[in-house]
Design a protein around this ligand. Structure first.
Ligand SMILES: [Mg+2]
Length: 421
């Protein structure tokens, strides 16, 4: 049991609505509903704490919501405002530790495991974070914080007290906490999964905690059963960013390949596509791209690119590298960096952002493209990688399959890491 790990989960309460109330003083303490559009049948996406008391819920149509709460104030979404507040909150969290992983616009996981000696009293730290958010980001903003040895239990802890909660789940109180809950109170257990568990004789969260991993695997007919055992027994089943702090794709260039400039251009393309595939598989975008090219006589060119917008698309990674190469050539009046002296090249991507934290891009067009990319990869997995290639990869697909052999295949095919929802 990893007794040393400590996760702080933070969930901003009624986030969009609270941002609006933060911005406009006269909306405070009043029932507010943030909607996609404020027409009669506009869909409520975020009721304020006050509106929730009247039974207004996410997903309702405005006309239904107003029946429950006649004084409801509908507002249109203001993504830029929410993004700005999100950034302010993340900045506070990152002032305490590096391991901050936004899970969505209003939730983040803070892995304090290696900071246990720095912050000896995590409850005090949690209170300080709440206070700083009110003071430095907005005095109307509330959050629920959960503390536990793993991400799942920390998330569950935030669900238990809203708004403005602070709940811990540790070995000494977990049985008491679970004894008050139903299976569907656990994040990630909806009716379907609950029914599967009940028919296997596991009727409560406590029974789930004490069921053996084998029994759970059999009950759910999947390795997911084992994850449920781990989650309720203080092991980490959800936080896997550690493994993916960087992803690298590199290639040695043979003497024969070196003779053909197009082959080397293609190699660079295939490295970018390789990384794109791995990032899609992990559901992450990168904020940093590093590139190196080795030449004969131990010469090397390398550069690091900080991406303004997190990247996942291989063609965009390639474009950013190419524009750096062009800049280098222009400032140094040098020949092309892609030349017949190359012996190896590699690209590393890092500083990952989970795809779900880019949720606000729902309001922008590029999500459509990202969904398309995900679909393309699903198809590739289904029909085999070589059957469906982007036009840019079509120059030489032999190189493509060649490169795959050099990368880590684990992250390409490991689809079995569910995240906390
Ligand atoms: Mg929230």
């Amino acid at each position: 049991m990893a007794t040393d790990s400590l996760i702080l989960f933070i969930d901003m309460n009624s986030f969009f609505a609270s941002c609006e109330q933060q911005h406009n003083y006269y909306l405070r303490n009043r029932p507010v509903a943030v909607c996609v559009y404020p027409g009669k049948y506009g869909c409520v996406i975020a009721p304020s704490i006050e509106a929730k008391k009247f039974g207004v819920k996410t997903g309702m149509r405005l006309n239904e919501a107003v029946k429950l709460c006649p004084d409801l104030i509908p507002l249109e979404t203001n993504p830029a405002r929410y993004r700005e507040i999100h950034i302010g909150v993340m900045k506070i969290l990152r002032s305490y530790c590096e391991e901050v992983y936004p899970k969505s616009i209003d939730e983040a996981i803070v892995d304090l495991s290696t900071y246990r000696h720095v912050y000896k009293d995590p409850l005090k730290l949690a209170k300080e974070i709440k206070q700083r958010i009110r003071k430095e980001v907005g005095d109307y903003l509330k959050c629920s914080i959960g503390l536990a040895p793993n991400a799942f239990l920390a998330k569950l802890a935030t669900d238990l007290q809203k708004p403005d909660g602070l709940v811990t789940i540790f070995p000494e109180n977990i049985d008491e906490v679970l004894s008050k809950l139903q299976l569907t109170d656990l994040p990630g257990i909806a009716n379907g999964l609950s029914a599967q568990l009940i028919s296997a004789g596991i009727k409560t969260p406590l029974e789930l905690r004490y069921a053996s991993p084998d029994k759970l695997r059999a009950a759910l007919k999947s390795v997911v059963g084992i994850y449920w055992h781990q989650r309720l027994n203080f092991k980490e089943a959800d936080l896997d960013f550690h493994e993916y702090k960087t992803m690298q794709a590199m290639r040695q260039v043979s003497a024969a390949q070196r003779q053909n400039l197009q082959t080397m251009e293609n190699l660079m393309v295939s490295l970018c596509m390789m990384l794109e595939k791995r990032m899609v598989g992990q559901g992450v975008y990168c904020k940093d791209v590093s590139v190196f090219i080795n030449y004969e006589e131990n010469k090397i060119w390398s550069d690091k690119i900080h991406c303004g917008t997190p990247l996942q698309d291989g063609t965009k990674i390639l474009d950013s590298i190419k524009s750096r190469m062009k800049k280098f050539r222009e400032t140094h009046h040098s020949d092309s960096l892609i030349n017949q002296h190359i012996t190896a090249m590699g690209i590393t991507v890092s500083r990952f952002v989970p795809a779900d934290s880019l949720v606000l891009d729902l309001f922008e067009d590029n999500v459509k493209q990202d969904k398309l990319r995900q679909t393309v990869y699903n198809l590739k997995d289904k029909f085999g990688y070589d059957k469906l290639l982007k036009a840019i990869e079509l120059n030489d697909d032999n190189i493509m399959s060649d490169v795959i052999g050099f990368g880590s295949v684990k992250d390409m095919y490991d689809k079995s890491n569910p995240t906390v929802v």
